[in-house]
Design a protein around this ligand. Structure first.
Ligand code: C2G
Length: 130
């Protein structure tokens, strides 16, 4: 059973998120998604429209996703990889190179982002500010 893990905020869920989750799942058999908690988003400087519970419910309903866990801090990734016996860590290539230290524990794959769409753009175009 090849296990994949990926991390994100997944606020205002859109097709860019679906694309990366679909492609991440195609790399293995079981996809774990770690979603930033409200507290961690404060640290990330990201203001979320939906709470952690609401974002978790949305991501859990996606057919490619097998398990959702909370992302509480930047440092938990190595522990998660060990705890869940993860084979491959996946992130969009806006993070390219940022997580290469995980190569000591699992395969690291950066996938091309879906162009144009972003939560920030949706908020801006809806006049919700940044
Ligand atoms: N993404 C994408 N295409 C987009 C938008 C996002 O492929 N048009 C990908 C991002 O590259 C990321 C995932 O979707 O892999 C989640 O994106 P965000 O919710 O913006 O996550 P982020 O705030 O980058 O948090 O520890 C890692 C952080 O939690 C990542």
């Amino acid at each position: 059973m090849k296990k994949i893990i990926t991390y994100g905020t997944f606020d205002l869920l859109h097709y860019g998120h679906i694309n990366i989750l679909k492609r991440a799942k195609q790399l293995g058999d079981y996809l774990i998604v770690a979603i930033s908690t409200n507290e961690f988003n404060e640290i990330k400087g990201k203001k979320c429209y939906f709470s952690y519970e609401e974002r978790k419910k949305l991501v859990e309903s996606i057919r490619y996703v097998d398990l959702v866990i909370p992302e509480n801090n930047w440092e938990q990734k190595v522990d998660n990889v060990k705890e869940y016996n993860v084979d491959t860590f996946v992130m969009g290539d806006d993070w390219k190179g940022q997580f290469d230290h995980l190569k000591d524990y699992c395969e690291v794959v950066y996938l091309p982002r879906t162009p144009e769409i972003s939560t920030t753009r949706i908020k801006k175009e809806l006049g919700l500010g940044k």
